[in-house]
Design a protein around this ligand. Sequence first.
Ligand code: UD1
Ligand code: CA
Length: 456
Amino acid sequence: MNLEIVILAAGQGTRMKSRLPKVLHPVGGRPLLEHVINTAQALSPVALHVVVGHGSEQVRQALAGYDINWVEQSQRLGTGHAVMQALPAVAEDSVVLVLYGDVPMTRLSTLQHLVSHAQDRPALLTAVLDNPRGYGRILRDRDNALIGVVEEKDATDEQRLLREINTGLLAAPARDLLAYLPRVDNSNQQGEYYLPDIIRLAVADGNTVASCTAECELEILGVNDRVQLNQVEREYQRRLAEDLMRDGVSIADAARLDIRGKLSCGEDVSIDINAVFEGDVTLGDGVTIGANCVLSDVTVAAGTVIHPMSHLQETTIGRDCSVGPYARLRPGTVLADGARIGNFVETKKASIGQDSKVNHLSYIGDCEMGAEVNIGAGTITCNYDGINKHRTEIGRGVFVGSNSTLVAPLRIDEQGFIAAGSTVTTAVGRDELAVSRARQRNIKGWNRPDKRGSKD
Ligand code: UD1
Ligand code: CA
């Protein structure tokens, strides 16, 4: 039967104490709801419906790239009411899987299992918890058959002792939802229309219902506050780190690694503590990432070492390069093979040629640099005149002496040589030496001022 998925995401998330709708809070750099959508997509449903209410505009915008049938639930009258809002768009001969936008870690295999049990009757995902507080409890008859769910607020003291809980995730033929949901009422402690009440109604009609259990507690952990958000985050990160280690990556401490996007690694990559990876990051064979580095949308080719405390954004780095410590490579930086960027160097929209070196305390922006260039300590490309940005072109084999300012637009041809301390404003030709600084004068027999001399 065709599968359709309904994700409930209309809740306010009061306990997050946030202006951001709960389902937009990130785990691994992506909204909670996006994780659920990605899991849903992996099940290849014919349609994906997301029920939104609180902050719905913001939620829709954040996930605009997805093919979703958005359903407005203007009044949040309960989980049953929420699913009802989606039903008119659901094909009658489908199976419907209900997911929660704030339960992001459910395994695909668990959901496949649940759906397979729901081809001709409702099936509920349950779990047995040491501490079932807050959850709806599963009611079974003497033959252990599932007969209903009671919410904690409606439960008797005896029922509260039950440790099997309703995860909230449920699958059912659309036909059953159409038959039972309209019969669910709100005569309970919370005055809400409860989705799990369809179980009791189906059983009262003489039908059976199925149940499956989740493999681990984390799978069903819902995010209600920022403590739970962090639990999910750390567990998510631990899983990613373990996957990487199994794929041959050395990680100094799995608890001090953060991947907020996608990290792809070759063989024998080594990652020291406190590395943060954002967006799409690709590390080639044998790449080493030092402690406390942040890489956002970066590609690093084989053999390169990123030394500690470096921050790299939208940068492409060749093979066998060396970057940092304390390097800042801003968007548009491209390093050819064997290039070296040292400490306290900032680059932006700069391509650094093969085997070229910018080793100390420099700013290189809007610059095209050839191979085997040496940039001395303290060199600045003056790329900005207060209105416009200008380019600096530096030919192959150029040597720029320390503390030079290169005022763009500027061209320095191959093998050009800039004397230390120069302010260069006009083009330098091939093999030319540019010196632009005050000549040194030495004054003989000069008397130093001293303490006594300053008295009169
Ligand atoms: C629900 C279940 C409970 C289960 C628990 C698991 C019901 C009545 N209870 O309780 O048995 O143990 O989940 O976490 O179903 N939502 C809407 N619209 C609404 C109400 C809720 O979209 O009108 C969404 C929420 O955003 C949330 C999800 O449905 O993602 C669950 O709602 P919530 O209020 O958290 O249900 P619980 O009381 O936790
Ligand atoms: Ca909840």
